[in-house]
Design a protein around this ligand. Structure first.
Ligand code: BTN
Length: 254
């Protein structure tokens, strides 16, 4: 299916999260380009899209395979209240999961913000500060969605794609519109994080499970018992409950 995204079409969506739009055939990374624009004073709702990325970046500097067919986007957000900045990733997970559910995809969220279908990752989210201080309210939000691709194109055997899960390709402009609208809804209620977390819980696949969490080179094992009011994972270990604000969760089979 053709890429189908061009600047005019994206601007016609009229989304407040697509006020200024760049669409590229190929870029190193939309995230790097959006950070560059943010540092140069880009307005809230500056959106960078690319058909393919040659240097797509995941969390912890990991490689993110980005061939044509996926939805690779980064969004500049400004004026986020400092106290709300750390809520962005979970809010984005909820908004994106709801958008994918409109397609009938049985998406679940693995703490804090990986979107999975049938236990395989379909979408990754990367929220970074554009100026080095996350709480300053200037954020570059990257979303990578494996859409019209075969998993074999991704170099990530554990990943899945919408094509594989839905058995068809989707219109990327419609998909983008659904994601932006889902994001807009959640970003609008960052101040009511309890409500976002309630929706997060309804979509979650981590809580109640025995998990191993990797954090800064060490691992912690226990039961994912719940969330704090700010979305931290409460892990019940043999030595007591630990509150985790970051980490990679691996579900353990019991
Ligand atoms: C993760 O590790 O789960 C986050 C992956 C984020 C990938 C997206 S694709 C669009 C944007 N540009 C990048 O280089 N990374 C993000």
């Amino acid at each position: 299916m053709a890429w189908g995204l061009n600047r005019e079409a994206v601007e016609r969506l009229g989304s407040p999260l697509a006020r200024v739009v760049e669409v590229h055939e190929e870029l190193g990374s939309t995230q790097e380009r959006a950070r560059e624009l943010a540092r140069a004073g880009a307005v809230h709702g500056t959106l960078v899209l690319s058909s393919a990325q040659t240097g797509g970046r995941g969390r912890r500097g990991r490689w993110w395979g980005s061939p044509p067919g996926g939805l690779w986007m980064s969004l500049v957000l400004t004026g986020i209240e400092p106290a709300h900045a750390s809520r962005i990733t979970q809010a984005t997970a909820v908004g994106s999961a709801k958008a994918l559910r409109e397609y009938g995809a049985r998406v679940r969220i693995k703490w804090p913000n990986d979107l999975l279908i049938g236990g395989r990752k379909v979408c990754g989210i990367l929220a970074e500060s554009s100026i080095g201080d996350f709480s300053a309210g200037h954020i570059v939000l990257g979303v990578g969605l494996n859409a019209n691709l075969d998993p074999s194109e991704l170099d990530a055997p554990e990943a899945t794609t919408l094509r594989r899960e839905l058995g068809r390709d989707v219109d990327l402009l419609e998909l983008l519109a659904a994601v932006l609208s889902g994001l807009e809804d959640e970003l609008d209620r960052l101040g009511d994080f309890g409500a976002i977390l309630d929706d997060w819980r309804a979509l979650d696949c981590t809580l109640g499970e025995r998990v191993c969490v990797w954090r800064r080179g060490e691992s912690l094992t226990g039961k994912a018992a719940g969330l704090s009011p700010e979305g931290a994972l409460l892990l019940e270990t043999e030595d007591g409950t630990v509150e985790l604000f970051e980490g990679e969760v691996e579900q353990l089979r019991v």
